[in-house]
Design a protein around this ligand. Structure first.
Ligand code: ADP
Length: 247
């Protein structure tokens, strides 16, 4: 039976590109306060799975339920409004704006990207900006121009921009790519903290980092579920060993 109390229930999900099945009859369930890592070789369908959940790609078959709402026919912005946030590999921050302004324009109350800059920040918004900036290790850089931040800090800022919307499901594509060891540690800490209030799905290749963050791991291979469970159980799984070492 399908697990109860799952925030995300993906069932029989498939998508074909010119007859090629990038995601093939996939079942995938995520619990409310879970940090799930999706791994698998290149071309396994990891990015496509996240694209399907956030509405960037349309499913050929199957269903995606988020808090009992069917997402497969919704548009991207509707899915965002329901509480699904997605961070892509390249940060889409506004380099010419300050850290605080980047966070402010991501606040859902804002009507249009720059409109909010002309109004005085109310106390609640101010508090939220401070809170998020603190969480992403930029509490003392509120007035810094985003373009002047390090690569890692830009990644955190984009995570912060998503946090301003308080999503209930957050999806991140290789969040520590290009980060220093210290930044990786901080990112693990950040992701663990973020997961207290929401479900998080992370695509990641770095197994050391996966060990630090994952509650459970899903292994995809050729668009299908190859293995799922604790990192230990997945690493012991013969099918996983074969796919990674076998050819
Ligand atoms: P992963 O993220 O696991 O590396 P992807 O989800 O990016 O894998 O890709 C899975 C497969 O689907 C790949 O073979 C890729 O070439 C193909 N694919 C992904 N998106 C498209 C698309 N928009 N059009 C055609 N083929 C695609």
């Amino acid at each position: 039976t399908p697990q109860e109390h799952m925030i995300l229930e993906v069932e029989g999900l498939s998508v074909s590109f010119d007859g090629f099945r990038a995601v093939d009859d996939l079942n995938f369930y995520v619990a409310p306060n879970e940090l799930r890592v999706v791994i698998g070789p290149n071309g396994a369908g990891k990015t496509t799975l996240l694209d399907l959940i956030c509405g960037k790609t349309r499913a050929t078959a199957g269903s995606i339920r988020f808090r009992d709402r069917e997402l497969t026919r919704m548009r991207e912005h509707e899915i965002v409004r329901l509480g699904v946030g997605r961070k892509f590999q390249n940060p889409s921050i506004y380099e010419n704006l300050s850290v605080a302004e980047n966070l402010e324009i991501s606040y859902p109350r804002s009507h249009g990207v720059f409109a909010s800059l002309f109004f005085k920040r109310d106390a609640k918004l101010r508090e939220r900006i401070d809170e998020v900036a603190e969480a992403i290790f930029l509490g003392d850089r509120l007035d810094a121009e985003a373009g002047a931040l390090s690569h890692g800090q830009k990644q955190w800022l984009e995570i912060g921009m998503l946090l301003m919307q308080e999503p209930e499901l957050m999806m991140l594509d290789e969040p520590v790519a290009g980060m220093s060891p210290r930044e990786r540690e901080q990112t693990a800490e950040l992701l663990n903290r973020i997961t207290r209030n929401r479900a998080v799905i992370v695509i990641e290749h770095d197994m050391e980092f996966v060990k630090n963050i994952a509650h459970r791991v899903t292994v995809l291979h050729q668009g299908r579920l190859l293995s799922e469970g604790s990192i230990e159980s997945v690493q012991r799984d013969e099918r996983v060993i074969e796919v990674y070492l076998g050819h």
